[in-house]
Ligand binder design. Structure first.
Ligand code: GYE
Length: 361
């Protein structure tokens, strides 16, 4: 049975009323440990969390769902309502609407796209339900519609990848103008697509790389493959593929190999270089094999972070409004030891068998 904080408060009121009534009749027990009282207290403290998930499009997403499911268990004192929108923004908004009707204690929203959230989040606010946005972000006109956000710095992720590419070219005397880059884009209008692709455009402008074109990969392997086919057809001389996530890269690898291209980093001898994001286990094993040149991590383990935020809110503590997690950069070797973005140096981690064995997603 679903228990919300409001339901719990009502149950407590009923319990208190019958206790008083019982006392009046000389039958009440004052013992806090009477089985009836303790059972009620345990049940009634469960918090109901409405979780609006994007879908199951990628390794990252599956790891993220697992992280949420492991954090918000009944044993931990939660009643989790998990809604998967299958990548449809309308379905996701309907899920949030449903959470309002259910009277959940908290809404945790991982939005598919950034826009369109104002009206529904206003309703959520009017219903007095705090909203934690996680992973991707929302673009709203009123800050107070969101209690807190935890996710990644998408622009920084993209900038790390671009600085790695620039360093690689510098080290190998590859003229920047010889780079012919295509971009397989994630879900258009989602925060990672917006940030990672903006960083690429900035990198191209800064270093003089040639941007050939884009195609939509929707963060999936199947669409990544289709997008790669499309790009090979339109730009046969492409030599760098910037994928917005690992699953797109897996599909791109299939398409490139089928088209007879050699994947690697020897651009001057006609190899095609792949750059990717997430650093899922499969992505990292492609890095080790030399099929993905640089993979910038995106951390999916938001369950414990959101649980901590909710814990603080329950205790009446203030929480950080925006929290971006720290993430690594992976490459096959340590030939490039670090990259610098906005005066901050980030180490590049070479992928080893030990690292792969320890990777949890
Ligand atoms: O990079 C991709 C997933 O929003 C960070 O969505 C997430 C992205 C992640 O499908 O793999």
């Amino acid at each position: 049975m679903k228990r919300t904080r409001k339901a719990a408060a009502a149950a407590l009121l009923i319990a208190a009323a019958s206790f008083l009534y019982g006392c009046g009749k000389g039958q009440g027990s004052t013992s806090k440990n009477s089985p009836e009282t303790s059972e009620k207290t345990a049940d009634d403290t469960a918090l109901t969390i409405g979780f609006a998930q994007v879908g199951e499009e990628s390794d990252w997403r599956r790891a993220n769902s697992e992280s949420i499911l492991n954090a918000f268990t009944a044993e931990n004192g939660y009643n989790l309502l998990f809604e998967d929108a299958q990548n449809d923004p309308d379905v996701q908004m309907a899920s949030v609407q449903k959470f309002i009707q259910e009277g959940v204690d908290y809404i945790v929203l991982e939005p598919i796209i950034e826009t369109g959230w104002d009206p529904i989040l206003k309703e959520v606010k009017e219903a007095g339900i705090p909203v934690i946005v996680a992973d991707r972000n929302v673009a709203v006109s009123d800050d107070s519609l969101v209690t807190a956000w935890v996710g990644s710095d998408w622009l920084l992720e993209g900038a790390k990848a671009c600085e790695w590419l620039n360093e690689y070219c510098r080290k190998h005397d590859i003229p920047p103008t010889s780079l012919k880059i295509v971009n397989i884009q994630g879900t258009i209008g989602s925060s990672p697509q917006i940030g990672r692709d903006a960083a690429l455009r900035m990198g191209a402008g800064k270093y003089g790389w040639k941007m050939l074109g884009t195609s939509k990969g929707e963060f999936t392997q199947a669409k990544g493959r289709e997008a790669m086919d499309d790009l090979i057809g339109r730009f046969p001389d492409l030599n760098v593929v910037y994928c917005d996530n690992d699953n797109e890269a897996y599909g791109a690898i299939e398409a490139l190999e089928e088209a007879g291209k050699t994947i690697g980093t020897d651009l001057e001898n006609g190899e095609v270089m792949l750059i990717s994001f997430d650093a899922a286990r499969q992505g990292l094993s492609y890095v080790k094999e030399g099929k993905i040149a640089c993979d910038v991590e995106c951390n999916p383990d938001h369950g414990p972070r959101i649980r901590e935020l909710i814990g603080k809110l329950e205790r009446g503590e203030t929480v950080e409004k925006e929290q971006a997690v720290s993430e690594q950069i992976f490459a096959r070797t340590d030939e490039i030891e670090s990259v610098t973005v906005s005066d901050q140096e980030y180490p590049v981690v070479p992928v080893t068998d030990e690292l792969l064995a320890e990777r949890t997603y």
